[in-house]
Design a protein around this ligand. Structure first.
Ligand SMILES: NC(=O)c1ccc[n+]([C@@H]2O[C@H](COP(=O)([O-])OP(=O)(O)OC[C@H]3O[C@@H](n4cnc5c(N)ncnc54)[C@H](OP(=O)(O)O)[C@@H]3O)[C@@H](O)[C@H]2O)c1
Length: 240
């Protein structure tokens, strides 16, 4: 097998215990990346870590709640101890909420969604930038909800619109430093997030998380002088 240009590079994926994050971890592991994975479910982290470790590249699997600055600091201390470099950052951790109109959104739901999907992306990115150099890549998992809206999903739509603004700003700030910033805008993908969003959603019309992950890896593998600024990937049938 040809050696991938990602072999021995360090890739960090937030929310890698299941869904798109786990598929990304598997795909980057297949490229020979050393992995750093996070989530809050410690037993899921141990299970994923065992699976990925069998592929031989080092894996650091550690609890991190991306909403909490102290948790992010502790986590990055561990990243510094084990690798002290970061080549690929994937801000993937995210939550949704059940479908409800704005007059019914409870404040704790609003806060959880904004803190996870928007503030978490800021906190992790800020910490990661201290370890990233020219040639690195940041992928922010947004959603098609970053540039269009779905009624009943105000907190989710707002968090993803905000995260798109953050991503676009980050790209401009990092252009001169040679760090690429990719906004990932997937349509419906068959993961557990739909148990919250819309449990009866037609799963057969969705993409697989592995397909989304393969598209992201293809974008990361482009030559360093080329980038995909926004990767909008949808089922051929469109939105649900
Ligand atoms: N599935 C889709 O159709 C779709 C479409 C567009 C965009 N997206 C985006 O894709 C990303 C991944 O979603 P998914 O569909 O793969 O959902 P998922 O299967 O529910 O996975 C979400 C991941 O995020 C982690 N997470 C949630 N809150 C966290 C926190 N506070 N700190 C750290 N990790 C946290 C979860 O782990 P723990 O629970 O262990 O913390 C889990 O690993 C999200 O940003 C989502 O908005 C999904």
């Amino acid at each position: 097998m040809l050696k991938s240009q990602l072999t021995s590079q360090v890739a960090l994926i937030t929310g890698a215990t299941r869904g798109i994050g786990l598929a990304l971890a598997r795909a980057l592991s297949a490229q020979g990346c050393n992995l750093v994975i996070t989530g809050r479910d410690e037993s899921a982290l141990r299970r994923v870590s065992r699976e990925l470790a069998s592929r031989k590249a080092p894996v650091l699997a550690q609890f991190c709640d991306v909403r909490d600055p102290e948790s992010v600091d502790d986590f990055f201390r561990a990243v510094r101890r084990q690798f002290n470099r970061l080549d690929v950052l994937i801000n993937n951790a995210g939550v949704a909420h059940t479908n409800m109109t704005i007059d019914n959104v409870p404040w704790p739901v609003w806060r959880e969604v904004i803190e996870t999907n928007l503030t978490g992306m800021f906190l992790v990115t800020q910490a990661a930038l201290t370890l990233m150099k020219r040639g690195g890549t940041i992928v922010n998992n947004l959603s098609i909800s970053a540039n269009r809206v779905f009624a009943g999903l105000a907190a989710y739509n707002a968090s993803k619109h905000g995260a798109l603004g953050f991503t676009n700003t980050l790209r401009e700030e990092l252009r001169g430093k040679g760090i690429r910033v990719i906004g990932l805008l997937p349509g419906a993908t068959d993961t557990a997030i739909w148990n919250t969003l819309w449990p009866q959603a037609p799963r057969k019309k969705m993409m697989s998380a592995a397909t989304v992950a393969d598209a992201v890896v293809s974008a990361i593998l482009l030559p360093a002088d080329t980038t995909v600024e926004n990767l909008e990937i949808l089922p051929t049938t469109g939105t649900l």
